[in-house]
Design a protein around this ligand. Sequence first.
Ligand code: APR
Length: 321
Amino acid sequence: MGRKKVALIGGGQIGGVLAQLCALRELGDVVMFDIVEGLPQGKLLDIAEVASVDSFDVSLQGTNSLADIKDSDVVIVTAGLPRKPGMSRDDLIATNAKIMKSVSEGIKQYAPNSFVIVISNPLDAMVTLCQKITGFPYNRVIGQAGVLDSARFECFIAWELGVSVKDVTAMTLGGHGDDMVPLVRYASVKGIPVMELLEAKYKDKAKAKEVMEAMVKRTRGAGGEVVALLKNGSAFYSPASAAISMAEAILRDQKRVLPSCAYLNGEFGVKGLYLGVPCVIGAGGIERIIEFKLDAEEQAMMDKSVAAVENIISVMDKMEF
Ligand code: APR
């Protein structure tokens, strides 16, 4: 019985971390494809040479030939430009849509049975395009956004309350943009609502609300905060970790509940659109979407996020590439 095979399309900042995490967790043999000669070969040689120290048994191959992704079980796509300071994710659409189109044609040709996890931005549009070009069933084409956005929200809550992030649960829904929907009502520390804990901390409801609003705002702008600091790229450790948790859930059939960019067919009142929602991820990719009732305020935020995603999709639909 052979090992599983993971293909990484794009060998830049995120691609490099993805490869290292795949190796450390022994998710399977790794093939990294990039158009830049020597880049994927050099990165994977670098990681492979430390296998005895890190104690992993997987093979790592860098390539400039897309045919080498043949028969991959999971394909993770990061090909495309990252943001520069002052840019929104949507500003990347013209360049990245062209790249996504060519990459998706290759996936369709060489890895027709794979599960695809898209990271390239603007995320919701890129997943939509990838599914359209590959023609793969919706459960096999997923976008990474919610795992990272939720992790950022959890991180800010843990810092604010001075508790381990391991005991914090929070989730964001909607598109991967400034209109994402961090769910305040369900944010908890070991099941205790975060709002209750903030009210206890500040002994003032208005102040607790203000602190939560600041965390929500920071979560929405967290990617931009990193871009502004790095100046010549965007976050790469965190999106890689987030996508690896999704890949692992598929490869190890974990049935993890992970907020993911999934195709909605009426769920949450949305039809025919990729959007961030809680999903059960296992050997069948997106095995189920978990629906629950949003309150009026959450629904209004969701509606705004849906409109933003529909807008970027309509921009893409008018493009010629
Ligand atoms: N096929 C394969 N790789 C490509 C292609 C292509 N057609 N076009 C570009 N690439 C490669 C580049 O050569 C580069 O190595 O994609 C890689 C992108 O890497 P970085 O520029 O370092 O970007 P990264 O930080 O990894 O982000 C990638 O993910 O989060 C998103 O917004 C981010 O869209 C960006 C993507």
